[in-house]
Design a protein around this ligand. Structure first.
Ligand SMILES: Nc1ncnc2c1ncn2[C@@H]1O[C@H](COP(=O)(O)OP(=O)(O)OP(=O)(O)O)[C@@H](O)[C@H]1O
Length: 637
């Protein structure tokens, strides 16, 4: 051999050895992963692995025992045993089968419900994680994307359910089948032909053993590329489905169902266009779906063809054993049944193992989601400082940038809010007013700088204790579809008198009192068909009532009257003193006249505080505040 050829051969050998090592390494890595998923699955639903193990082993054994008994009965009949013997043995077999099947069914039912309950528990954990996530994590686009990816993954790849019900079940059933079938195969191979013709000689020769082993190995070898091809198709299908589902969710959950879109779609004559677009997208999905199914069926039928070809040939070989009187006629049924079972389980385990990639991916993403960012953890935090005589909140060089954004929403804010102060914050859109409020109430933490309350960094305080100091009405206030009372009072017990007073102060009691179920009326009809669709202004009033009901020492109002008519707004202002009483109040509004309630006005522009003072001093400055105020006042003169 030429030296260069030797080198080439060595390279190829090393490459093949590396490939073998890689394949083996990948298999090992998969097994290690599978072990950790079993631990996770057991945490989600205790003993699910043990239950699945019992279900798979017992159901496989009962199939084998069933086949064995059929063979035994045929053998008894062929041997023309006495009728009572045949009858009693048959009854005995049936009783054993009955008991085995009952036990097998019991474990199967438990394993099935376990596999589905795992999914329910995983979904519950995800919902709890969403609720417990701190606000920066909650608004992080990567976190939200991961949430919808895992949700879709659970729907389409099954994640833990597929892992337990298909992959584990397939592996355990296959293991059990191999042990049982291999044992019986050895017995069959060792059974000697008693005829001495060419067929008998072949049956007793090592060739017979080689042919049997060769036939059993064919599906083992062919299943792998077939399964790989199938899982490639499924991978493309899942990837397509995740994207399509996002689109479908958008149509189904947001565009077609949300009332605000209901109006916009109709008034802008977008209904026809939107429905056409949705229909086109769904049609494309159905076409793609059918395409995928055809491709999967083509691959699967190849597998079936090979398996049944092999089973046919094995049937022939076992029949040769019977023809040469090595085994009884009944045993032909038994051995062929066992081999058939082996092939069927082989196909199942390969198809299940082929699902591991997508299933493992979803479980990995679930674990990643559950470990994502921070959940609100108040353990080990300091108690609130004494706020009895004073309550001073100080922003010191505070800057903030939203996750994923490269621009400062707030830049170098220095500000002290004093107890009992009425602070108005004004400024153009996007100048950072709401962001300042979110920082104040500790929904987000400064990217740099500190916020202190009576000298204590609010980072060191429990979120729950600190947020208890605030009653907030955001401009995008949100109310749930539970009852008005449930919205006003989050506590389990309702102070009905206080709820009524708060709804009165907010100017919405008259409306609530006119309803048959008054405060128990559901908001909207999503949860209760008898719920009431309140107007935007009425909803805002209920949100104001909720803030008053909470009775916290600091009240924060972010555009609280944006949806109110002038009379309702005037009513709120008339009750403003009672609403705010001796509390500290922070008030954001684009209605410049509302600054008359404030003792100090902050003007924000381009993420920074640009002016600060009373109405009179700011007007005298002829700066941004003067411009904003004068522009609006012009239309009232
Ligand atoms: N969740 C978010 N992710 C990324 N950027 C955000 C987010 N929320 C707000 N911003 C950006 O931060 C800046 C300040 O927004 P903020 O809501 O504080 O302004 P604002 O003064 O309250 O505006 P408006 O008067 O319109 O309510 C804006 O440029 C806005 O686009």
């Amino acid at each position: 051999m030429q030296p260069s050829t030797t080198r080439k051969v060595n390279i190829i050998r090393r490459g093949m050895a590396r490939m073998q090592r890689n394949k083996f390494g990948q298999f090992n890595a998969d097994l290690t992963k599978a072990r950790s998923y079993i631990r996770y699955a057991n945490q989600l639903y205790p003993h699910v692995f043990g239950i699945q193990l019992c279900a798979s082993v017992i159901s496989t054994i009962s199939i084998f025992v069933n086949i064995f008994f059929i063979g035994q009965i045929i053998n008894l009949l062929v041997r023309a045993e006495d009728q009572p013997i045949v009858v009693w043995r048959t009854v005995g077999f049936l009783l054993i089968l009955l008991v085995l099947n009952l036990i097998s069914e019991y474990f199967k039912v438990r394993a099935n419900s376990g596999a589905h309950l795992i999914l329910a528990h995983a979904r519950r954990n995800m919902a709890t994680k969403m609720l417990d996530a701190d606000y920066p994590t909650f608004i992080d686009p990567a976190f939200r994307k991961l949430y919808s990816t895992v949700k879709t993954g659970f729907t389409y790849t099954g994640g833990f359910t597929v892992f337990v019900a298909n992959i584990l079940n397939g592996l355990i059933s296959f293991g059990t089948t191999c042990v049982l079938a291999a044992g019986s195969l050895v017995v069959m191979i060792l059974a000697h032909a008693t005829t001495h013709d060419p067929l008998g000689n072949f049956v007793n020769s090592p060739w017979f053993i080689l042919v049997v082993i060769g036939l059993v190995v064919i599906p083992l070898l062919s299943s792998r590329p077939i399964t790989t091809a199938r899982s490639q198709i499924m991978k493309q299908f899942f990837a397509y489905n995740i994207q399509f589902n996002r689109v479908l969710d958008y149509y189904g959950e947001i565009l077609f169902k949300t009332p605000i879109f209901g109006k916009t779609l109709r008034l802008y004559d977008l209904t026809g266009k939107t429905v056409r677009k949705a229909r086109e997208d769904v049609y494309q999905q159905i076409k793609k779906d059918a395409d995928f199914q055809v491709r999967v069926a083509q691959v699967a039928s190849m597998n079936t063809l090979i398996t049944y070809g092999v089973v046919g040939l094995l049937y022939l070989l076992v029949s040769m054993k019977s023809a040469t009187r090595a085994i009884g006629v009944g045993s032909v049924v038994v051995y062929v049944g066992y081999l058939q079972q082996l092939m069927a389980t082989l196909a199942t385990v390969f198809s299940a193992w082929g699902q591991r990639e997508s299933s493992f991916k979803t479980m990995d993403q679930y674990i990643q989601f559950m470990n994502f960012g921070d959940t609100t953890d108040d353990s080990g935090k300091r108690p609130l400082p004494d706020l009895g005589t004073d309550c001073q909140i100080e922003f010191s060089h505070v800057s903030y940038r939203y996750p994923g954004s490269d621009r400062w929403a707030l830049n170098d804010i220095n500000l002290t809010i004093h107890k009992g102060e009425r602070l108005a914050i004004v400024g153009p859109n996007g100048s950072g007013k709401t962001t300042l409020v979110k920082l104040l109430v500790k929904l987000i933490q400064p990217t740099s700088g500190t916020i202190k309350i009576n000298g204590v960094n609010i980072d060191d305080l429990s979120v729950a204790d600190y947020q208890a100091l605030f009653s907030v009405v955001f401009q995008d206030f949100s109310l749930s579809s539970f009852s008005v009372n449930d919205n006003v009072s989050p506590a389990p017990t309702l102070n009905a008198a206080r709820a009524k007073r708060s709804l009165k102060l907010a100017g919405v009691w008259e409306k609530i009192a006119s309803l048959p179920h008054q405060g128990e009326t559901a908001i909207g009809t999503q949860l209760d068909a008898n719920g009431v669709q309140f107007s935007g202004g009425e909803l805002q009033k209920i949100a104001i009532a909720r803030a008053w009901y909470k009775d916290a020492p600091i009240i924060v109002l972010d555009e609280p009257t944006a949806a109110l008519d002038p009379i309702s707004e005037a009513e709120i202002y008339a009750h403003f003193n009672e609403l705010v009483a001796n509390k500290t109040a922070v008030y954001i509004s684009h209605r410049m006249s509302s600054t008359r309630f404030s003792s100090r006005i902050l003007v924000l522009n381009h993420s920074a505080i640009v002016e600060s003072g009373t109405h009179a001093t700011l007007m005298a400055q002829h700066g941004l505040y003067y411009n904003l105020f004068s522009q609006q006042a012009k239309y009232y003169q």
